[in-house]
Design a protein around this ligand. Sequence first.
Ligand SMILES: Cc1cc2nc3c(=O)[nH]c(=O)nc-3n(C[C@H](O)[C@H](O)[C@H](O)COP(=O)(O)O)c2cc1C
Length: 214
Amino acid sequence: MNEEIKFVKPTTIDKEVSWDKTKTIMSKTDLYGTIEFVNEVFVDVSGYEDYELIAKPHNIIRHPDMPQIIFKILWDNIKQGNQFHAIVKNLAKSGRYYWVISDFEYIRDENENVTKYIARRRSVPQDIITNHIEPLYRKLLQIEQVSGVDASEKYLIGFLEESGVSYADLITNLILDEDKAQQLLQIKEKSPETNIEDRKEQKRGYFSRYFSRD
Ligand SMILES: Cc1cc2nc3c(=O)[nH]c(=O)nc-3n(C[C@H](O)[C@H](O)[C@H](O)COP(=O)(O)O)c2cc1C
């Protein structure tokens, strides 16, 4: 007997999931984005049980506020095995949202062909979302709703050309700038003498810790 369980997308609620933002949300998929494994943090934050997630497409947590063009860029990059970060608004089972920055890792076979994807996600500082990401994504979504993904892609290309960066670099820079601002505050408070090299090192450390494995 073919017992297909119907999946109903939650109705969105304009409230953030309350979660422990020091944690890393992890999932592993096959090459089509079908979920094969999730960690406990994923279960806690998304509100789904692991048995509801396994074997489901990753768009199970797709939020309707997310423009399609960001997922097109995501897939273009991970299919090439690039080092890539994306900022994504996800939809929990409760209908609430949670913003994350995602990092991708590749499992390869003996011939170096990618066989699985691993995504690790951390929380994103709120001012990056409010000042940079939300206005951009809102614009992209509006363009998509009126004129489709080709039009939002053209707009995004123009937007990135103006800043002279790729989408992945834009995200990396936003995180590093935020870190720099935080560090300058701390450095000023702690030791005004800290030199540039120490500061660079602190910056690198902060970014690599962002996606450290728990
Ligand atoms: C490893 C991996 C992790 C992903 N993580 C997410 C995620 O956290 N949220 C999300 O909406 N899509 C994620 N995706 C992308 C989805 O597969 C999908 O492309 C996206 O949700 C858009 O869905 P749609 O193409 O059906 O509109 C991930 C894909 C992969 C391969």
